[in-house]
Design a binder for this molecule. Structure first.
Ligand SMILES: *[C@@H]1O[C@H](CO)[C@@H](O)[C@H](O)[C@H]1NC(C)=O
Ligand SMILES: *[C@@H]1O[C@H](CO)[C@@H](O)[C@H](O)[C@H]1NC(C)=O
Ligand SMILES: *[C@@H]1O[C@H](CO)[C@@H](O)[C@H](O)[C@H]1NC(C)=O
Ligand SMILES: *[C@@H]1O[C@H](CO)[C@@H](O)[C@H](O)[C@H]1NC(C)=O
Ligand SMILES: *[C@@H]1O[C@H](CO)[C@@H](O)[C@H](O)[C@H]1NC(C)=O
Ligand SMILES: *[C@@H]1O[C@H](CO)[C@@H](O)[C@H](O)[C@H]1NC(C)=O
Ligand SMILES: *[C@@H]1O[C@H](CO)[C@@H](O)[C@H](O)[C@H]1NC(C)=O
Length: 298
């Protein structure tokens, strides 16, 4: 009975663990982000016709935590003045290939969604993922995907991260990562602690290598704790069950003993009274018998 209960409890714990792991691994496809941001940026631009300023793009509330901005400008303006937005600075002397007359630049900061969409085995993200994409906006009604390539002839484009989640001050330990549309990942050394430089559009973040020596050890330790936890749980359940069984047994035996004792004493009492009943009349009969004999035998 004890081992069955233990097995059942372990089964329940394991199945709930597995289902929670399955529920945690949702599907977040980074390829879905650019079309999403483009769609909402297009809607924002349709309502605001002024050029040259960055506009916050409103996303559906289920994406809250992401920040998206859109900026529409002429190619000549990009070349001559560049464009400085909240997280991305495009310096002058940048143009696109193929050339377009007007373009729209969509910037995004994935914020707390960064690690949902982007993971790198062996590395930890220490910044939010920030990206930008460039579209043909020549007809001023729709953001057209034209696979525009940035041509940087002067200073590089810089991505400025609002914060780094690390105490690491040594920039040589931090790496800048660029995620390309085709799924390839590019690593770059950083020159400043919270700035990445690039010559292409895409998504970027700062990473530090996850300490490789301690990772398996930590996992082993976690696993050990699980095993120890299960063992303690199993032993606890077994002990509880055997204690319960012992208590029930003892209780039952005590009850039986008590009943036996009770019946014993009642039997003794009965025999006492029976004996008394028998003795008393028999004694009196013995004593009265001569009197009766005397009375009846005159
Ligand atoms: C990010 O934070 C917002 C609130 O600021 C929250 O609504 C959203 O669910 C969070 N997203 C994730 C993936 O944690
Ligand atoms: C950009 O859009 C304009 C207007 O729709 C179009 O004429 C032009 O071919 C487009 N350029 C590219 C490179 O797609
Ligand atoms: C952008 O919005 C216009 C209407 O303002 C619409 O005609 C067009 O299809 C939209 N383009 C995209 C890529 O959503
Ligand atoms: C842009 O390139 C992708 C492949 O990289 C292709 O599927 C898509 O059709 C191209 N879009 C345009 C407008 O050329
Ligand atoms: C930064 O780390 C590198 C190794 O990654 C090391 O050679 C260098 O001395 C460190 N610099 C400082 C200032 O700690
Ligand atoms: C992906 O594109 C980059 C250029 O953006 C190129 O250097 C790289 O080789 C490509 N990788 C694959 C797997 O196609
Ligand atoms: C980055 O820095 C390391 C030394 O810290 C050097 O070995 C490596 O070649 C550098 N990589 C690039 C792409 O500059």
């Amino acid at each position: 009975m004890g081992s069955d209960t233990t097995r059942f409890i372990i089964f329940i714990v394991f199945s709930s663990l597995l289902s929670s792991i399955a529920a945690g691994s949702g599907s977040y496809d980074p390829k879905a982000l650019d079309p999403l941001f483009r769609y909402y940026a297009n809607r924002t631009l349709a309502n605001h016709h002024r050029t040259g300023t960055s506009r916050r793009v409103s996303l559906p509330s289920k994406f809250s935590g992401m920040e998206v901005y859109v900026n529409r400008l002429r190619s000549g303006s990009l070349w001559g003045r560049g464009v400085d937005s909240k997280y991305v600075k495009i310096p002058p002397s940048v143009t696109t290939l193929p050339y377009v007359k007007r373009l729209a630049i969509v910037y995004d900061n994935l914020g707390n969604w960064s690690t949902k969409y982007y993971q790198l085995p062996g590395y930890s993200l220490v910044s939010p993922v920030i990206g930008f994409e460039v579209y043909n906006y020549t007809d001023v009604t729709t953001l057209m995907d034209a696979n525009l390539t940035m041509i940087v002839t002067g200073e590089p484009i810089s991505i400025r991260f609002p914060y780094l989640e690390t105490k690491e001050r040594n920039v040589t330990k931090l790496k800048c990562v660029g995620f390309r549309h085709n799924g390839s990942v590019e690593f770059k050394n950083m020159t400043h602690r919270d700035v990445c430089v690039t010559e292409k559009a895409g998504h970027f973040c700062v990473v530090i290598p996850t300490p490789t020596s301690s990772t398996p050890e930590k996992k082993g330790r976690v696993w050990n704790w699980w095993v120890i936890g299960f063992a303690i749980g199993a032993v606890g359940v077994a002990v509880a069950v055997s204690v319960a069984v012992a208590v029930v047994k003892w209780w039952g035996e005590r009850k039986i003993k008590h009943m036996e004792k009770e019946s014993d004493s009642s039997v003794a009492l009965d025999t006492f009274w029976v004996r008394g009943d028998h003795k008393m009349p028999s004694a009196s009969m013995i004593r009265t018998q001569p009197a009766l004999e005397h009375d009846y035998v005159p």
